[in-house]
Design a protein around this ligand. Structure first.
Ligand code: N01
Length: 549
């Protein structure tokens, strides 16, 4: 039997306007929103709708189409695990899938589970206001229409609000400019052009070799040198496919019981308890194998600075070996933060690209960008004429997309103001005074420190179970109490401080990349499996720390 509220017209509180009403409104049609819709509509039998501003499903993968964009997690586990049939009928072609393949996958999911009929595309949610009299949310979209729902779920993504730095003169630039996170749908032709790319995070590191292949000249404007490990991407063979299908249960279990959602073992030795020779061999093997597994070489790389130094120095040596010009190699060598204290990129020929004649590197820490002119980028010591500027400058991560929506909880308080000093909430799932509002991958949850689909499925299923429990018990309202939220913020900080993560002072984990953003360590570093168990235990303990009625 359906629990659905009237999913047709219903009269709003002020009686003057008729609004469509749903049990749940979900904002965002990426990995999170698609699965949340499936769980609420098809498993709980609720009426639910998804709004997304894009003209197709895909979330972050809808927008990130820049040259070289592909996933850093391996394809066969950077995907949903909730449906065996889905798992069996989809074959990934490469170890690290390109953006278009991930979009095809998400499109397939939308079709396979008949989700599209409840997804409204080209629809931007402008505001959501909680109304106490009815314990419902009034959600307004850009077309001026409003909808009402009992449960509001943010599935807006953690890396979806682009960060274009305010560099004076951009509006005068006569060439083309793009942000990687809002890339045109038609390929951009770089042939015969002088291209500049600002930013050397995961995105810039993926894009640089591909753009260099096409451009007449590529200038990379680097503020912070970065560590990167070769990805060693390759097509998946028939044998790989067979191995994946035969071992899927074990792969999924390993991912779910790991600290970061990746199904590989972390070596339980300390980097400091083995000889130099043994350690070097292990790093060499990990370098040859490639990928984020390099981080798992020793258990203490993210906890102990001396242990980390051994890995950091190994990568620095590799950079010096690969990059032929010693001055360029030195500029590319990271020294101001430990390896993996910022999200570590993986690459295909990134450092090798700086051996090309058509590529140059500008260190904008020593010679900062002063302005953008009609003709290109001007630093404190030179002007670089450019036809195209690529901003690979990242995102207003974790909170940016959410805070673009005017969300108002009890008493009209705004979420943006409530979070003026940092995103205080409970478990990264709910915010005090914002009842029946849930966040998938909210700040304060493991989110960006994980292989995302694992964290997404855990959140989506927790939210489904919570809403199901509420329905079952006839409850109309749930929100965290303030003390629980404060304690959780303390726990998020405690967990971060046990690691080297806060040592990267310019990291987007801290909000440091966006001027004016409050500095707060946002993801929960206590481990995915521990966190998932805790969420389950809290729900089982009558939703400890939540107020229900
Ligand atoms: O962004 P970033 P990203 N002047 O913020 C520089 C995920 N991802 O898009 O370090 C000059 O990491 C900035 O310099 P600094 C992944 O989680 C996943 O690369 O602040 N430079 C930095 O070099 C990743 O971590 C995949 O000093 C400026 C760069 O721009 C996250 O997305 C692929 C500047 C921004 O790096 C974000 O990565 C790609 C300025 N004013 C990304 N402002 C997958 O494979 C910024 N910078 C799944």
């Amino acid at each position: 039997m359906s629990h659905a509220m009237n999913d047709v017209a219903r009269t709003s509180a002020d009686q003057s306007e008729t609004v469509e009403t749903y049990d749940a409104i979900i904002i965002g049609a990426g990995f999170s929103g698609l699965y949340q819709l499936h769980t609420l509509r098809d498993q709980l039998n609720l009426s639910a709708v998804v709004f997304d501003v894009a003209d197709d499903v895909g979330g972050t993968w809808y927008w990130n189409r820049y040259p070289g964009a592909r996933c850093d997690s391996e394809s066969y586990y950077y995907c949903y695990s909730f449906s065996k049939e889905l798992q069996e009928d989809w074959r990934w072609t490469e170890l690290y899938p390109q953006h278009d393949e991930i979009r095809r996958y998400l499109s397939h999911v939308a079709d396979r589970f008949d989700l599209r009929r409840d997804i409204r595309l080209k629809t931007r949610v402008e505001s959501a206001v909680f109304e106490e009299e009815t314990n419902t949310w009034l959600v307004s979209i850009d077309a001026g229409k409003s909808y009402r729902c009992r449960f509001l779920v943010s599935a807006v993504g953690v890396l979806s609000s682009t960060n274009v730095p305010k560099i004076s003169g951009l509006e005068r630039f006569k060439g083309e400019w793009y942000h990687t996170g809002n890339w045109p749908h038609q390929p951009v032709d770089f042939s015969g052009k002088a291209v500049g790319i600002i930013g050397t995070g995961s995105t810039g590191i993926q894009a640089t070799p591909v753009v260099a292949d096409q451009a007449k000249h590529l200038t990379v404007f680097q503020r912070t040198a970065n560590y990167s490990v070769p990805a060693r991407n390759r097509p998946l063979s028939q044998e790989d496919q067979q191995w994946i299908q035969e071992n899927y249960d074990e792969i999924r279990l390993k991912a779910k019981t790991s600290s970061n959602g990746h199904p590989f073992d972390v070596n339980q030795q300390s980097a400091l308890e083995v000889s130099e020779e043994v350690r070097r061999q292990r790093y060499e093997d990990a370098w040859k194998a490639g990928g984020l597994r390099f981080r798992a070489s020793y258990k203490d790389l993210l906890q102990d600075k001396a242990a980390n130094d051994t890995a950091s120095e190994f990568i620095r040596e590799k950079i010096r070996q690969v990059v032929k010009d010693p001055e360029t190699a030195e500029k590319l060598t990271p020294r101001d933060h430990p390896f993996a204290s910022k999200r570590p990129p993986i690459d295909t020929n990134y450092f090798e690209t700086f051996n090309r004649d058509n590529v140059s590197l500008v260190d904008v820490k020593t010679t900062p960008i002063v302005e953008i002119t009609e003709a290109g980028i001007k630093t404190s010591d030179a002007e670089y004429p450019l036809d195209v500027i690529i901003f690979a400058t990242g995102f207003d991560a974790m909170t940016g997309s959410l805070l673009k929506i005017d969300i108002r909880g009890v008493g009209g308080r705004s979420l943006k103001e409530t979070w003026a000093t940092g995103p205080r909430n409970y478990l990264g799932l709910q915010v005090p005074h914002f009842p029946n509002f849930f966040m998938v991958m909210g700040p304060g949850s493991p989110s960006v420190l994980t292989n995302n689909p694992v964290a997404i499925e855990q959140h989506v299923e927790w939210i489904r179970n919570c809403i199901g429990d509420m329905m079952g018990r006839g409850l109309t309202r749930i929100e965290p109490d303030l003390t629980a939220a404060d304690n959780w913020v303390d726990e998020v900080n405690r967990a971060a401080n046990k690691t080297l993560l806060p040592m990267a002072s310019s990291s987007w984990y801290l909000g440091a990349n966006v001027p004016g953003k409050p500095r707060a360590f946002m993801p929960y570093a206590g481990g995915m499996a521990y966190y998932a168990d805790l969420c389950k235990e809290i729900a089982g303990d009558d939703y400890r720390g939540f107020i229900t009625r």
